[in-house]
Design a binder for this molecule. Structure first.
Ligand SMILES: O=P(O)(O)OC[C@H]1O[C@](O)(CO)[C@@H](O)[C@@H]1O
Length: 433
């Protein structure tokens, strides 16, 4: 991935960061890089994620999925980091796959049933992913999916792959039924695990090139160095941090490719759970070019000066010409393609923000393929780790998420939790119709 931070400079935008400030920040980047390198070398929790391109074994993943390699559909049961990395990869590359990838990362009963009712379960595989093996949503959905397979007379034990930690209820269940299983690597938090079995089982079942994903990530890892001016990932992480310090507390991730819409969702979890702590952090927002030009752009260009827009420009892509028309005012469209229109809209939107002095950054890919995706995932993870060092937060924990998890468990009778009592104490001021 290449990064262009020109439109985030103070000479263009407000808030913006001056070249001199970036040079001063670069000293902190050098220190942060030392810390990151040390963490990687010592396989410390979280930093270990940046070792995944060397550590992930595609052969082990291929061996585990072999029994279901010919599935027409794959249901991944997981949530957050246990679903979004895989979904980013398979949704980005869906055009190249004959296997439908379905992600059950919500417990909305109507929606879950709608998938289970329409899929041909005999030709469907199940990919259950939970690092902890205890996440209520994932385990509940898995029980529902199993039950649907049993009701359809399909042996789910023949069609299920499990990816989880060394211990926990999901590991026990997997052992009990002798299911093919993979391990979430030690030291790798869920939202940083896309390039492990967590993200790559689905990629393999959908027929994607695991080696190319890892090679793209490894090439990005090669760029990690002690200066933001030499490392695209650090340039992004440092610029977002500097802009947040100057008032851009919102970061709208806006890929100009429908196929990368899920990448913005994945990024949102990465940024929010990693950096949102100690009253700090930048709020990630998901947007999509060109669609959100006609929904969000008014606010981004003329609303409060509290936003950074991050564009992802996917480079070359399949194209489709726009048929000619004899309607005078539309004739210019007939000379173009949809791809040219998309590109022109991207450049126009980027320029329109710059002309209004609104900071924006461009992440450039050569195309959307396995290699470039591996680089994007790795690059944004490294950017996040760097930003976490600059904020001095604990990037790899998410204690604030636990409160609601305990409250939910308490409400369902899964134990005594004081958090569940707080739910009953809600302050009400109802206005009724
Ligand atoms: O993989 P698990 O343990 O099921 O957790 C799923 C997700 O839940 C969280 O812990 C909190 O929502 C995320 O960090 C994680 O990605």
């Amino acid at each position: 991935m290449n990064v262009d931070i020109g439109n985030a400079l103070a000479s263009v935008a407000s808030p913006g960061v001056s070249r001199a400030s970036l040079e001063r920040l670069d000293e902190q980047v050098a220190d942060a890089h030392d810390r990151i390198e040390q963490g990687m070398k010592n396989h410390e929790h979280g930093y270990e994620a940046l070792n995944l391109p060397q550590r992930t074994d595609p052969d082990a993943i291929r061996a585990a999925v072999e029994p279901v390699a010919d599935a027409d559909a794959l249901i991944t049961v997981g949530i957050g980091g246990s679903a979004l990395g895989a979904a980013t990869i398979t949704n980005a590359l869906a055009d190249e796959s004959d296997t439908e990838a379905v992600y059950l990362d919500n417990v909305d009963p109507e929606w879950v049933s709608s998938h289970l009712d329409r899929l041909d379960l005999e030709n469907t595989a199940i990919n259950v992913v939970s690092r902890s093996g205890t996440t209520a949503e994932t385990l509940a959905n898995f029980l529902v999916v199993r039950d649907a397979f049993e009701s359809a007379g399909v042996d789910w034990t023949e069609r299920t792959i499990v990816t989880t930690g060394d211990a926990g209820p999901l590991r026990d269940l997997s052992d009990r039924h002798d299911l093919p299983s993979l391990k979430v690597p030690d030291g790798v938090p869920g939202r940083f695990s896309a390039l492990s079995a967590v993200g790559m089982v689905a990629a393999e079942v959908c027929g994607h090139d695991l080696e190319a994903l890892l090679e793209g990530a490894a090439a990005e890892a090669e760029t990690l160095s002690g200066s933001l001016f030499e490392c695209p990932a650090y340039a992004y992480g440092a610029t977002t941090y500097a802009l947040d310090q100057r008032g851009a507390g919102i970061n709208a991730m806006m890929p100009y490719a429908e196929s990368l819409e899920t990448a913005a969702e994945w990024f949102a979890q990465l940024w929010a759970e990693s950096l949102g702590k100690d009253d700090l952090g930048q709020t990630p927002v998901r947007a999509l070019g060109v669609t959100d030009q006609h929904s969000q752009l008014q606010l981004y260009r003329a609303g409060p000066r509290d936003k950074l827009v991050t564009f992802v420009s996917p480079g070359e892509a399949a194209d489709r010409s726009i048929p000619a028309t004899d309607v005078d005012d539309l004739a210019y469209l007939g000379d173009a393609t949809l791809g040219e229109l998309l590109e022109a809209e991207f450049e126009a939107t980027e320029a329109s923000l710059a002309a209004a002095g609104r900071p924006n950054v461009r992440l450039e890919l050569e195309r959307v393929d396995e290699y470039e995706l591996g680089g994007l995932l790795y690059g944004l993870e490294a950017a996040c780790v760097l930003a976490g060092e600059l904020y001095a937060v604990n990037t790899f924990e998410q204690p604030a998420v636990e409160w609601a998890k305990k409250a939910t468990r308490g409400l369902l009778g899964g134990g005594e939790f004081e958090e569940a009592e707080a739910v009953a104490e809600k302050t009400s001021l109802r206005v009724e119709r």
